[in-house]
Design a protein. Structure first.
Length: 399
């Protein structure tokens, strides 16, 4: 199978019975020295997963129906041949209501045996690092080592306010907490003397099965987050929002350069997250995509208050401060059309053509597909996903 192959240089760490004995790369500033050829991490092929957002579009339905719909899709993912399943983390609103993605993955672990279980993402500033480590470790035990860790810092003022956390602290909280989490999963112990998460040295029980360095992702949408993702040694997790030419020239190049700067090796392929709609009739596919993907885009604008100027006054969000001005200049309708065009929709062959072109443009990448969104009926989402899995997925997994 031709695929994207890569491996980290590693070091051997031993925890004297208090944690995993594993071969993992040290993070910048950690003890240990870089080396190569020592128990290298197994190379992995490109993988395709489902990204679940648990959206009750404009509150028109019942939360119960949304949750049941996502459960229904999740239970099919393994049989459909998907490699990973990734629920988001969001709180308090119709936009997305999945307050504990690790809890949901623990339920799914009991329903499955092979699909890998990832968080997209655990929002570090909203969670205690110790509890994140404990929960992801327990999930890893319960699933037989199938857990995958994705971390992010969050963008929603509404969610920060309801948690009573200053959004201007998000960058510092993420930087401090993410380092504690990934180091603890290596060592089996967690400690911290930082500003936000002072933590006496504490053992993690049950002990981690192994470190997460080779199954660790971080969301990077702004240049600062991309830089931090690379510094942590994480794989880059992004969501499809701008033309792929710009993504390849800007975001991806920034990540690759930063990763090589910090670690001296080539970066792993990024993970991109698309809205997906697949139908045998091209006209129908386009009609449905325009409706539901535009619906979803407008919920993004509302939830994150993109048209507001509040980002100008929030430390660490300079990148987003001009977004509202840009959308106002081009118009929301044009912005929505641009957003829809970078997603994956069409007949199976049309979707494959788009993804082949993307691969030619930016090289190998992993792929997440959001299949249930924007007020779409779960039956429609299910049919689309089944067709995608039957006629698109086999080629993607053969790259």
């Amino acid at each position: 199978m031709a695929s994207a192959h890569w491996s980290f240089p590693v070091r051997v760490t031993s925890c004297s019975g208090n944690g995993p004995t594993s071969s993992t790369p040290p993070c910048p500033g950690a003890s240990g020295t870089w080396c190569s050829g020592v128990d290298p991490i197994e190379e992995q092929a490109v993988e395709v997963g489902i990204l679940a957002i648990f959206q009750n579009y404009l509150g028109r339905g019942k939360d119960e129906d949304v949750v049941r719909g996502e459960m229904r899709i999740a239970e099919q993912a393994e049989d459909l041949g998907l490699d990973k399943y990734w629920p988001a983390e969001h709180h308090f609103t119709d936009y997305s209501a999945i307050p504990d993605n690790i809890q949901f993955l623990t339920w799914l672990a009991g329903k499955t045996s092979t699909i890998r279980l990832g968080t997209a993402a655990v929002i570090v500033p909203w969670n205690n690092p110790l509890r994140v480590v404990e929960k992801i470790t327990l999930l890893d035990h319960l699933s037989g080592g199938r857990a995958v860790l994705g971390l992010g810092r969050g963008l929603s003022r509404i969610e920060y306010e309801h948690f009573g956390i200053d959004m201007g602290e998000s960058r510092e909280r993420f930087d401090e907490g993410a380092r504690m989490i990934i180091d603890a999963l290596d060592s089996g112990e967690i400690s911290g003397d930082g500003k936000f998460y002072p933590q006496p040295l504490t053992p993690i029980r049950p002990r981690p099965l192994s470190g997460f360095r080779d199954r660790f992702y971080a969301v990077g949408m702004s240049p600062e987050s991309v830089e931090q993702c690379a510094q942590l040694g994480a794989r880059l997790m992004t969501f499809s929002q701008k033309p792929w030419e710009l993504y390849a020239q800007e975001t991806l190049k920034e990540y690759q350069a930063a990763f090589k700067k910090y670690h001296g090796i080539e970066a792993p392929p990024p993970l991109t997250g698309d809205l997906m709609f697949c139908h045998q009739d091209a006209a129908k596919a386009e009609e449905m995509a325009k409706e539901y993907m535009s619906n979803y885009f407008l919920t993004i604008i509302r939830h994150y208050e993109i048209m507001s100027d509040h980002f100008k006054d929030v430390k660490g969000y300079d990148y987003y401060a001009t977004s509202g001005e840009l959308f106002a200049k081009v118009g929301i309708e044009v912005a929505a059309q641009t957003y829809v065009q970078v997603q994956s929709f069409g007949t199976p062959e049309q979707i494959l053509e788009k993804l082949r072109w993307r691969r030619e443009l930016m090289g190998d990448f992993e792929l997440n597909m959001v299949s249930f969104y924007g007020g779409m009926d779960v039956d429609v989402a299910e049919q689309s996903l089944q067709l995608f899995s039957k006629e698109v997925l086999p080629e993607l997994q053969g790259w």
